[in-house]
Design a binder for this molecule. Structure first.
Ligand SMILES: NC(=O)c1ccc[n+]([C@@H]2O[C@H](COP(=O)([O-])OP(=O)(O)OC[C@H]3O[C@@H](n4cnc5c(N)ncnc54)[C@H](O)[C@@H]3O)[C@@H](O)[C@H]2O)c1
Length: 360
């Protein structure tokens, strides 16, 4: 197989995890081109990762350069749509970060462009690539937990919790679409649809509430106080068609935690990202059983694990995408599949804006 040449568009925080992943990935690939609106930031990135990549400040020049076989879109959310559509028009495979767009209409346009041009595309829901998650899905598919009653997802992060942290694009609806909803809840929602897909397909209703804890933040360029328009915290109750309960807790003001708890008629599984290569399993011996303790299940990681875990799951995402590229197979979740996720996120946003239950 020939080496896959990758163009990174947006050299910010998550692009660093992408670079680590590409450099430790289980397949032959390298970063050959970079693009960012801020040249000094891109130069620092190139220096930190010892890259001899060609640098661009306009993504169109990178895509037209002939230097890359695929692009990774790692800009703020407001540019995902136009970059993906431009790359698709030039027949370049795209790995785009989540949330894909500002709303479902944008994601639909992205999906159409990929389909019309027949290009490979993938949404960066990296948690699907964790070996323990794959094992949990396998068990649910095999019916080990029986009928599922509850799916609970908790995703907290506190990087932005300091009230003096300057304004970022993440605080502005026109650049981010939503706050913690698109940033963190999108992951645990995607995991609900992925892990439970053998029995739960569509969600019939959602209710969400949200809060903005720090209403103004200082613009680091102008020094002005700017109104924050994206949710800092968002709690969601949803129901699948079959009645399975979904509860998602999300906050930018709690210490980092990513946890999933699934309960079914035959038992229960708990997964916490801090122990990424194991999960807790409890199985009832009989339907009359109760108050049982959980046992730890260690998951054998295929290939050598890469540390820290965030780089491992990103490296597995690149391995998966490159395998799909070489075998000319679709990579999941496709942008088309992500339209549904974005429709659900839009409904959740509508729910917290109107303080209403939204029936779908
Ligand atoms: N998969 C995950 O777990 C995960 C984690 C964090 C962030 N993300 C996603 O990654 C994306 C980027 O987030 P981040 O935290 O790295 O943001 P960031 O602000 O740190 O970096 C974004 C970079 O994109 C550049 N940029 C913006 N518009 C551009 C354009 N038109 N052309 C070229 N460069 C442009 C900015 O200058 C900046 O350097 C977001 O969509 C975010 O939701 C995903």
């Amino acid at each position: 197989m020939k080496k896959v040449r990758i163009g990174i568009i947006g050299t910010g925080l998550i692009a660093r995890a992408h670079a680590n992943a590409i450099q430790t990935c289980f397949r032959d690939c390298e970063i050959t081109a970079l693009c960012d609106l801020i040249p000094e930031k891109m130069e620092q990135y190139a220096a930190d990762f010892k890259l001899s990549a060609k640098m661009f400040t306009d993504y169109r020049d990178l895509i037209d350069s002939g230097l890359v076989d695929m692009v990774s879109v790692t800009t703020s959310n407001d540019f995902h749509k136009e970059i993906t559509i431009y790359a698709a028009g030039k027949k370049l495979p795209v790995l785009c970060e989540k949330p894909l767009g500002l709303d479902a209409r944008e994601v639909e346009e992205m999906a159409q462009a990929c389909e019309e041009n027949g290009i490979l595309n993938l949404t960066g829901f990296t948690y699907r690539r964790i070996p323990a998650m794959i094992k949990i899905k396998e068990m649910i598919d095999q019916g080990v937990l029986g009928r599922i009653y509850h799916y609970k997802g908790r995703f907290y992060a506190d990087r932005l919790a300091n009230p003096d942290h300057p304004l970022e694009w993440r605080h502005l609806e026109e650049k981010a679409g939503s706050g913690v909803l698109g940033d963190l809840a999108s992951h645990t929602l995607d995991m609900a649809l992925y892990l439970l897909s053998s029995q739960c397909k569509t969600i019939k209703s959602v209710y969400a509430n949200s809060e903005i804890f720090v209403p103004y933040r200082k613009d680091p360029v102008t020094g002005e106080q700017v109104k924050v328009t994206c949710d800092d915290s968002c709690n969601i109750l949803a129901k699948f068609e079959d009645g399975t309960d979904v509860c998602l807790e999300n906050s930018r003001y709690s210490p980092f935690e990513m946890e999933i708890h699934i309960s079914g008629e035959k038992g229960s599984i708990k997964y916490n990202l801090s122990k990424h290569d194991e999960f807790e399993l409890m199985l009832y011996d009989s339907p009359a059983d109760y108050f049982k303790t959980f046992q730890t299940v260690a998951v054998k990681t295929p290939g050598t694990p890469i540390h820290p875990e965030a780089n491992d799951r990103m490296a597995r995402q690149y391995t998966y995408f490159i395998d799909c590229l070489n075998q000319q197979e679709a990579a999941h979740p496709t942008i088309r599949e992500t339209v549904y996720i974005q429709q659900l996120l839009d409904a959740m946003k509508k729910s917290y804006q109107t303080e209403q239950l939204i029936k779908l």
